[in-house]
Design a protein around this ligand. Structure first.
Ligand code: SF4
Length: 63
């Protein structure tokens, strides 16, 4: 599982970090970053929730 964030779409509301701080981090530049490039499968549900809850659909996950 390889989560990615499209920074052209991210509006920096930090929802992804709230849902899964193990993988996503909101930084001072107002954008969220992936801090765990290959998360353990145990985090799959939380990553998927972040994908669904992101208001701009900026997060994608490649298998
Ligand atoms: S939930 Fe989406 S828009 Fe919000 S900070 Fe995360 S990637 Fe950016």
């Amino acid at each position: 599982m390889k989560p990615k964030i499209n920074h052209d779409e991210c509006i920096g509301d930090g929802i992804c970090e709230e849902i899964c701080p193990e993988v996503f981090e909101l930084r001072d530049d107002g954008l969220a970053y992936v801090i765990e490039e290959d998360p353990d499968d145990s985090l799959f549900d939380k990553v998927e929730e972040a994908v669904e809850e992101c208001p701009t659909s900026a997060i994608t996950v490649e298998e």
